[in-house]
Design a protein around this ligand. Structure first.
Ligand code: DAH
Length: 337
């Protein structure tokens, strides 16, 4: 009887062994067969009912079974733990880690942010307008007559008949003058587009910051004061500057501002075309026609406006020699900022 149980149990153990593949399987095997409440222990209980003279023989059979089962158990255990430790070794801790790229602000954004923070500290608000503009806001309301040659100053991308990609941020001036009550003191940063040949110095899209101040008694002196304060904050308090008369359809009188070339300190270099000066912005008093187009009486209120490019200035500030590299999303370039 007991002998039969022993041989059945031996078969059962043999049948279980190949299925042991994990530490959990191993533990289940141990509990089922080798533990105190396991099947081998139960055989020792049956030994009590075996006739005395057979006890040594049966006892030896059970002992042998137990030893075999324990040996197979240890064998499996060694097998499984070497496999798992093999897995641990498969992780090569000498491999370099994966680098998480750190984001940085784009150089154009940095230049714009600096411009914004200087103007906001001077009391200007910030306004954004659409990049797809109608002819009215981009040209007509700004005093560019329909067939006026001044339109040729800005080679335009047409979206369809009456819609263009804005060629400057100045149309936002029209929008704010129409929409908001006076006094108005805002800057208008954004991207603009022109159908130009692409080169190291010019691209078909770039960035501008326009400014506008409209109120009672705004004067040309206010304009100059604002521009000089900005330039000294932005370019450094030791720069020299000069104003030259200029022409824009939407301002009268108009000016352009130059500063001493900050690369050669005015001595003359390739960047300033050996003049010692860099042209940095256009400005003027808001043209009476523009005030009228936007619902204001030029006899009652006056205003000044200015506009500056961001990209060329960024080139100079960061010593970059090709404007196109700003927009190629090359990490080797962007990582430097
Ligand atoms: N919109 C002009 C341009 O794109 C720049 C400019 C000049 C803007 C004079 C102004 C301004 O607001 O008053 O070249």
């Amino acid at each position: 009887m007991v002998e039969q149980s022993i041989s059945e149990l031996r078969n059962a153990i043999e049948a279980q062994l190949p299925a042991i593949a994990s530490a959990d399987d191993l533990e289940r095997f141990r509990i089922a067969f080798l533990s105190r409440s396991g099947k081998i222990a139960a055989l020792y209980d049956q030994l009590k009912s075996v006739p005395k003279e057979e006890k040594p023989k049966i006892g030896q059979l059970i002992n042998a079974l137990k030893q075999d089962a324990e040996a197979r158990f240890e064998e499996k255990k060694a097998n499984i733990s070497s496999r798992t430790s093999g897995l641990v070794e498969a992780i090569d801790i000498t491999l370099p880690g994966r680098i998480r790229e750190k984001g940085t602000r784009h150089p154009i954004t940095r230049t714009m942010d600096e411009m914004k923070s200087i103007f906001t500290s001077m009391g200007f608000g910030i306004v954004y307008g659409p990049e797809v503009e109608d002819d009215y806001h981009n040209f007509e309301a700004l005093n560019f007559a329909k067939h006026h040659p001044a339109r040729d100053m800005q080679d335009t991308f047409f979206v369809k008949d009456d819609l263009v990609l804005r060629t400057h941020t100045t149309p936002v001036q029209v929008r704010v003058m129409k929409d908001r009550p006076l006094p108005l003191r805002v800057i208008m940063p954004g991207r603009v587009y022109r159908n130009e040949a692409v080169s190291a110095r010019s691209n078909y899209f770039f960035h501008q910051v326009d400014g506008l101040y409209v109120d009672k008694n705004v004067t040309f002196a206010d304009l100059k004061g604002t521009l000089v304060t900005f330039a000294k904050n932005f370019y450094g308090s030791d720069i020299q500057y000069r104003f030259r008369p200029s022409y824009f359809p939407f301002t009268e009188p108009s000016l352009e501002m130059d500063i001493t070339c900050f690369l050669c300190s005015g001595k003359g270099c390739r960047i300033c075309k050996h003049s010692g000066w860099l042209e940095v912005l256009g400005a003027g008093m808001v043209h009476p026609n523009v005030l009228r187009n936007c619902g204001h009486d030029p006899e009652q209120v006056s205003g000044y406006a200015f506009g500056m490019g961001v990209d060329r200035i960024s080139l100079l500030r960061y010593g970059v020699d090709d404007i196109r590299i700003f927009f190629e999303n090359d990490m080797r370039f962007l990582n430097q900022f």
